[in-house]
Design a protein around this ligand. Structure first.
Ligand code: 13P
Length: 255
């Protein structure tokens, strides 16, 4: 059965102390999670060891890095490898966030390598896709996102794809307060699932969790997560306050 997941992406926010109290606040109000209703926290790299300690022994709430490098090790000053991420106690990594694609010029080919590197090191990948506003305005978002999925993921085997969660984040909805309507989200998620099914079969596609991201908040989460192909959310701004993030987690619990 496919999992519903609410994942926090802190992006480049919070110092160590602030991160610690945020996680304490989340843990204090956390409902009883299950194998099929999970929470993921993706803080900046320097938080990972501390957050791993805080999450130790807690079921179905796991840690993610926001990025990792495409090579196993070596002379890549400033980079962090997938095996380092794994060794600090994180089980997941976000790959291909639109901010990485846009500001750091991460190409489809690089993201395909990063995805493989992460999977080889036993990490679950949260693979991001999503179109900019001009593509949405031209009504070519389906083709755009399909190309991102094919280029980033289709070199994987069906077995490998089981450890991939897809996050659809329309760039025009990120941090803008402008959420995709639940119909827009559902339409794209259904399209992504069809694209996965065409390559890997219906069974694999039905087991793949597809998260929505972009101005998701407690007030709109339940409607979004009730869509048949929306399996939870990747949350930016609203994941930085315990009560807001818990509101979104509770929305998942009720769907
Ligand atoms: P916001 O929730 O702040 O719009 O960010 C979404 C996002 O980019 C999560 O990765």
């Amino acid at each position: 059965m496919r999992k519903k997941i609410v994942a926090a992406n802190w992006k480049m926010n919070l110092n160590l102390e602030e991160g610690k109290s945020l996680v304490d606040g989340i843990l204090a109000g956390l409902p009883a999670l299950t194998e099929t209703k999970q929470v993921v926290i993706a803080p900046p790299f320097v938080h990972l060891a501390q957050t791993a300690q805080q999450l130790q022994g807690k079921a179905n709430i796991t840690l993610a890095a926001q990025n990792c490098y495409s090579e196993a090790s070596g002379a890549y000053t400033g980079e962090i490898s997938a095996s380092m991420v794994k060794s600090v106690g994180a089980g997941n990594v976000i790959i291909g966030h639109s901010e990485r694609r846009e500001y750091f010029k991460e190409s489809d080919a690089l993201l395909a390598k990063k995805t493989s590197q992460a999977l080889e090191n036993g990490l679950r990948v949260i693979f991001c896709c999503g179109e900019p506003l001009e593509i949405r305005d031209a009504d070519t978002q389906n083709e755009f996102v399909e190309a991102q999925i094919k280029a980033g993921l289709f070199h994987l085997t069906a077995e490998e794809l089981k450890n991939v969660v897809i996050a659809y984040e329309p760039i025009w909805a990120i941090g803008t307060g402008r959420t995709a309507s639940s119909q827009q989200a559902q339409d794209m998620h259904a399209h992504i699932r069809n694209v996965v099914a065409a390559q890997y079969g219906k069974e694999v596609a039905d087991d793949t969790s597809i998260l929505y991201g972009g101005s998701c908040k407690p007030s709109n989460a339940a409607e979004l997560f009730s869509c048949p192909d929306v399996d939870g959310g990747l949350i930016g701004g609203a994941s930085l306050k315990a009560d807001e993030f818990l509101g979104i987690i509770n929305a998942m619990m009720s769907c």
